[in-house]
Design a protein around this ligand. Structure first.
Ligand SMILES: Nc1nc2c(ncn2[C@@H]2O[C@H](COP(=O)(O)OP(=O)(O)OP(=O)(O)O)[C@@H](O)[C@H]2O)c(=O)[nH]1
Ligand SMILES: [Mg+2]
Length: 656
């Protein structure tokens, strides 16, 4: 293994890796490392200013003829910091993680960045730490301990006792703290995570709110020659609904990075002359096929939106408040009462995308997965001779003829230990859960293709046993290379001995790819056949159950309530969804609202229950958001009329 190529590969693929693994603040920096730059951003920025900008992102073409597939990371001695004196160019990863870390003036890298002294040079430390951080990757030592390599060749172990954190104190002095001390000080040390574009690719958190209903109004008809025209206040309009719709053109949840809040319009208020308010505008949130919806903080899946065109009514808008025309009755022909519009429900949602692909291409980094996808479909994924070229899944449509097509997903490479968060592939493995079958690409030119195959299989099994049970075929790639050609017979024999269907191909030369994809299609057909019964059923999935739940809660009876008492402050809490909704919709500006409120409390038994529980004169009673004071003077008056007694006994509302 040529050292140059390895160092380059390592430096390139470790860029996203360091991000994906999110080196935590508790990880111990290597002895030569200077403090975590995140603890002193100013220094880091200054450093970056002096180091960055002028260097055009170099291309990978001049490197990597020797790059190899890794199922585990290269040994420490093979890894060294790339020489920046070379005229060779380096291609930075798409994610621009390390953007700015290299100086254009490549007569050499900044001396401080390559500083191999053990001193704690603060000024140079920011740059060095960043380079180290971005180039860090993990390896397993002989005794199985997990360590992290850094570009200066140092190895750092996770499990080595109490972790340390370095930071600059206000005087600019370097301080080394244990984790506990950091917590005590309440220092905020930012964790490195996966880049936003990867984080938001298949996960999003959004806020949705249905529109509030418009208010009803009190109005009376006044018209020439129409004496006693009567009430004519119109009802408010209904609030807009929130829908979730599957948009076939979307293939990620990235749009939610910029737009988080979705609010439907509120209904217009009613007007005189019996004019009802306009309905609020609906809001349609478009999601990619394969989106799973949960309420934030809950594991329960609310919806699975799989097929383009599917539309779910998620939150129904609030009902419009009734105007006084609606309250006209034989007893009260001139009602001076109208309702507020009902508030629209709101919710934070967690969206998770699981791509809906028929076939998933899995394998170790650099095995040729993207090359295979580019050959069998019109997709043009990035292909390069270094691991982790693919940072996000790519989709391609393979069409055999007009009728038979299938969607194939090329996923980021899997490393041994991916289930523990090594590399990137694990982040995206859930996308294979919906695939009907898998194509496992193996780099035949690797040193031990069988081991590579087994390592990736193990990762799949560790991620999810169901995934490992999916039907799969193996595509042994790079047959055009002599090493692969030589290894093929033993590989084939080994796998066939285990009853695994194996094909050989050269994706670059487009040889053998048809057979591979033909076999994958056959597998797909077989799986579809066995799932036929289920598929028809899936199309009939009812998607409005969340809205139904909301409606059900809305229509819950007003007489279902609970009374609790806080004896320390003589306060009674009357709670119940029906009552709360009633309070919210009561418009206290109108005189008749008070009477109606009293009447309802009496009718649904709140007053009776309170008296039974021993409510006393002057106690506070809280119903919904309304706070009132209890007066039991009417009880002493001895009137037998409950309604009247209630009206007199409690002076509603007495705002505090
Ligand atoms: N010689 C030879 N090289 C190949 C073949 N297939 C792919 N390659 C090369 O292998 C390198 C990696 O190919 P990719 O398709 O990017 O590999 P990948 O598995 O998608 O890699 P990641 O996305 O990094 O996981 C590229 O330089 C390809 O040109 C092949 O059949 N023969
Ligand atoms: Mg790829």
């Amino acid at each position: 293994m040529a050292s140059v190529s390895i160092s380059v590969s390592a430096s390139l693929f470790s860029v996203p890796q360091a991000q994906a693994q999110g080196r935590s603040r508790t990880q111990k920096p290597s002895p030569r490392q200077t403090p975590n730059p995140k603890t002193k951003p100013q220094k880091l920025n200054n450093k970056f200013k002096s180091l960055s900008l002028s260097s055009p992102p170099p291309s990978s073409s001049s490197f990597g003829a020797q790059a190899t597939t890794y199922t585990r990371l290269p040994p420490k001695e093979d890894f060294h910091f790339p020489s920046f004196n070379e005229s060779d160019e380096i291609k930075l990863s798409e994610s621009d993680v390390a953007k700015g870390a290299f100086d254009n003036d490549s007569s050499g890298i900044d001396a401080e960045m390559l500083d191999t002294d053990d001193d704690d040079d603060n000024e140079g430390g920011g740059g060095e730490e960043e380079i180290n951080g971005s180039l860090g990757f993990q390896d397993e030592t002989l005794d199985g301990e997990i360590g992290e390599y850094y570009s200066d060749g140092s190895l750092d172990f996770d499990g080595g006792g109490e972790e340390e954190v370095f930071y600059y104190d206000p005087d600019g002095k370097l301080v080394n703290l244990s984790e506990n001390e950091v917590d005590d000080l309440g220092l905020e040390v930012k964790e490195k995570g996966v880049p936003a574009v990867m984080r938001c690719f298949d996960r999003a958190k959004i806020y949705v709110k249905a529109g509030d209903g418009g208010n009803g109004v009190v109005a009376f008809r006044r018209e020439k020659y129409v004496p006693l025209g009567g009430p004519s206040g119109g009802d408010g309009g209904r609030g807009g609904n929130v829908y979730l719709e599957v948009d076939g053109a979307m293939n990620s949840l990235l749009p939610f990075r910029n737009c988080v809040h979705y609010r439907a319009g509120r209904g217009a208020h009613g007007q005189g002359r019996m004019m009802c308010g306009r309905k609020g505008e609906d809001v349609v949130v478009k999601v990619a096929p394969g989106t799973v919806v949960r309420e934030a903080g809950s594991d329960e899946v609310l919806l699975e939106l799989l097929y383009p065109g599917q539309r779910a009514l998620l939150l129904p808008g609030g009902r419009g408040g009734r105007g006084n025309a609606s309250f006209k009755s034989g007893n009260n022909k001139v009602p001076k009462i109208a309702e507020n519009g009902e508030e629209g429900p709101e919710m934070w949602l967690e969206l998770e995308l699981k791509l809906v692909a028929d076939i998933g291409i899995v394998g170790a980094p650099n095995a040729g997965k993207s090359t295979l996808l580019s050959v069998i479909s019109a997709a043009q994924p990035e292909i390069a001779n270094y691991p982790f070229t693919t940072l996000l899944p790519n989709l391609g449509v393979v069409s055999f003829d007009y009728d038979s097509t299938m969607v194939v997903a090329d996923l980021p490479g899997l490393l041994e230990g991916a289930h523990r968060g090594f590399g990137l592939g694990h982040e995206f493995l859930r996308h294979t859960e919906r695939c009907s079958a898998l194509v496992h690409v193996v780099d035949g030119s690797g040193q031990q293709p069988e081991l590579e195959f087994d390592a990736v299989r193990l990762e799949l099994e560790l991620f999810s046993p169901e995934l490992a049970e999916k039907p799969f075929i193996v595509a042994y790639n790079k047959m055009d290379l002599p090493e692969a050609y030589e290894n093929w017979p033993s590989f084939e024999e080994n796998l066939q001995g285990r009853g695994i269907k194996t094909f050989c191909m050269s994706a670059v030369k487009r040889e053998g790819t048809r057979e591979v994809i033909g076999a994958a299609y056959k597998l797909l057909q077989e799986t579809k056949k066995s799932n036929e019964g289920l598929e028809g059923f899936q199309d009939q999935i009812y998607l409005n159950h969340v809205a139904d739940m909301v409606q059900k809660q809305r229509s819950s009876s007003i007489s279902e309530f609970e009374i609790t008492r806080d004896s320390s402050c003589n306060t009674w809490y009357v709670t119940g969804p029906g009552l709360q909704r009633f309070v919210q919709m009561t418009n206290w500006r109108y005189i008749d609202s008070d009477k109606r409120f009293q009447h309802v409390l009496e009718a649904c038994g709140v007053n009776k229950s309170l008296m039974k529980l021993g409510v006393k004169e002057g106690d506070t009673v809280i119903v919904g958001e309304m706070e009132m004071v209890w007066h039991d003077s009417a009880e002493n008056s001895g009137t037998a009329n409950m309604k009247k007694r209630s009206t007199e006994s409690i002076k509603w509302p007495q705002m505090k």
